[in-house]
Design a protein around this ligand. Structure first.
Ligand SMILES: Cc1ncc(COP(=O)(O)O)c(C=O)c1O
Length: 445
């Protein structure tokens, strides 16, 4: 076992030194970064060993780093860029809007247009409020659920990632009972109940004696391993929420406008009470949104609900015209469902091909995902939840990811990949080819 680890480390050092040879300017930038940015980065997950490369520009399906290396990008700005980097219709619309103003701080028609567009595409989204990130939108969604139900406790799932908001920053990584961060109060930890994913009986048991305002669920666990919820599980959650007057919140920050024009709720045929969006909705610009029925969203209306019954939401950059413009241009491309259906097909094919690449090398791998999302786990057993995902060989995954990066294929190490309409057949073939080459190197060992 020890010698196996040593061997792995030696191989990792080898690929690491090849990466270093190709990225000297990135190395220098990382050294500078560490002096002014904690951990040298602006978001922990963007760091990977030995140091991250620094992007100089991006276009279509590609990132280009400061050393002139080209990468086919399967991370796509945290999966936000379903049309690829700087797609023409979005860039054109944003350029025009730049001349008309970047933030008004007043009401404007674009916010109505985007909310109308969302209502047209998403079943449960009669009304919308805009925020600046998925984290922020999830935070306001929880507040709304608490206001509506008059209950304090909330529930979420093991492995569910909804951003860094205290109440939802619980039970993200195993061990699920250890706080995810310093600075979370005892009250926060007590008020959030963490449930087992894809395990309806477990959920019922945990909530038997509890009165919670809401259950927040990612229809496909993203950071938790790109693990789709089973349809029966989501349907069961819907029934449980009906029985116990709990609001069902779908966090569709990843799945929204990707799995179907109407998001995961259309894909699965299960309607939540509140849906949270981010990423794709911003067309490459910062955004968050939470939406629901008129009855639920009415709690935000100060004319209808006065303090303390009112549920506050707002923000300086909320519904800024640039994000609204980019979002509208993006949704217009996606609304008829053709591009999404094509991407879903490609996603299915990619998962199959990746699986075959590893099977041919007799390597135990589980390829997870749904729609145009996928991830690779070096594990023998089926992956149904974040606990299963954590048992997979993480070192092997990082080694695979760094091998791909060194050969021009970018996944943020340890994270799921996504497809965009900018990915070409050649891009996909390169992913499979580099995976086969990696498998061949493993076999030679
Ligand atoms: C499912 C999900 N919800 C919420 C968030 C938080 O969104 P943001 O990073 O925009 O705050 C993320 C981010 O990765 C996410 O994947």
């Amino acid at each position: 076992m020890l010698s196996e680890l040593k061997k792995q480390k030696r191989k990792y050092l080898k690929v690491s030194s090849k990466y270093a040879t190709k990225t000297p300017k990135s190395k220098a930038l990382y050294e500078r970064a560490q002096k002014v940015l904690p951990e040298g980065v602006s978001y922990r997950i963007r760091f990977f060993e030995p140091y991250p490369f620094y992007t100089a520009r991006s276009k279509g399906s590609k990132l280009y780093d400061v050393d002139g290396n080209e990468y086919i990008d399967f991370w796509l700005g945290h999966t936000a860029l379903i049309l690829g980097h700087s797609p023409l219709p979005v860039v054109k619309a944003v350029k025009e809007q730049l001349d008309n103003g970047t933030i008004y701080g007043t009401s404007h028609e674009l916010e109505i247009k985007l909310a109308e567009q969302i209502a047209k595409m998403v079943l449960c989204a009669e009304m919308t409020r805009f925020a600046n990130s998925g984290t922020e939108a999830n935070m306001y969604a929880i507040r709304l659920a608490r206001s509506y139900t008059g209950r304090s406790k909330i529930a979420k799932f093991e492995g569910g990632w909804h951003g860094g908001y205290d109440a939802l920053h619980v039970g993200v990584k195993p061990p699920f009972d250890v706080p995810e961060s310093a600075g979370l109060t005892a009250g926060v930890l007590q008020d959030t109940i963490v449930l087992p994913f894809n395990n309806l009986e477990g959920v019922r048991k945990k909530l038997a004696e509890e009165k919670v305002a809401s259950i927040t669920v990612e229809p496909v666990l993203g950071a938790g391993g790109c693990i789709p919820a089973e349809k029966e599980f989501l349907k069961g959650l819907r029934e449980l929420c009906n029985e116990k007057d709990i609001l069902l919140i779908f966090d569709e920050v990843i799945t929204g406008f990707r799995m179907a024009p109407g998001g995961a709720q259309e894909y699965y045929g299960v309607r939540p009470d509140i849906v949270v969006f981010g990423k794709i909705l911003g067309g490459g610009f910062p955004i968050g949104a939470f939406c629901g029925s008129k009855e639920i969203m009415a709690r935000i209306d100060t004319r209808l609900y006065k303090r303390p019954a009112n549920s506050f939401h707002g923000g300086t950059f909320a519904a800024n015209p640039i994000s609204m413009t980019a979002g509208l241009a993006t949704l217009k491309q996606l609304e008829n469902g053709r591009l999404i259906a094509e991407l879903n097909k490609q996603g299915e094919a990619a998962r199959k091909r990746l699986k075959e690449c590893f099977e041919d090398g007799k390597i135990d791998v589980r390829v997870t995902g749904a729609s145009s999302l996928f991830n690779v786990h070096f594990a023998r057993e089926k992956i149904r939840n974040a606990d299963d995902a954590v048992k997979a060989d993480k070192n092997r995954l990082l080694d695979y990811n760094l091998n791909l990066i060194t050969n021009g294929v970018f996944f943020l190490p340890g994270h799921n990949g996504a497809l965009s309409t900018a990915h070409s057949k050649t891009d996909m073939e390169k992913l499979f080819h580099e995976t086969e080459a990696y498998v061949a190197r493993l076999k030679k060992k």
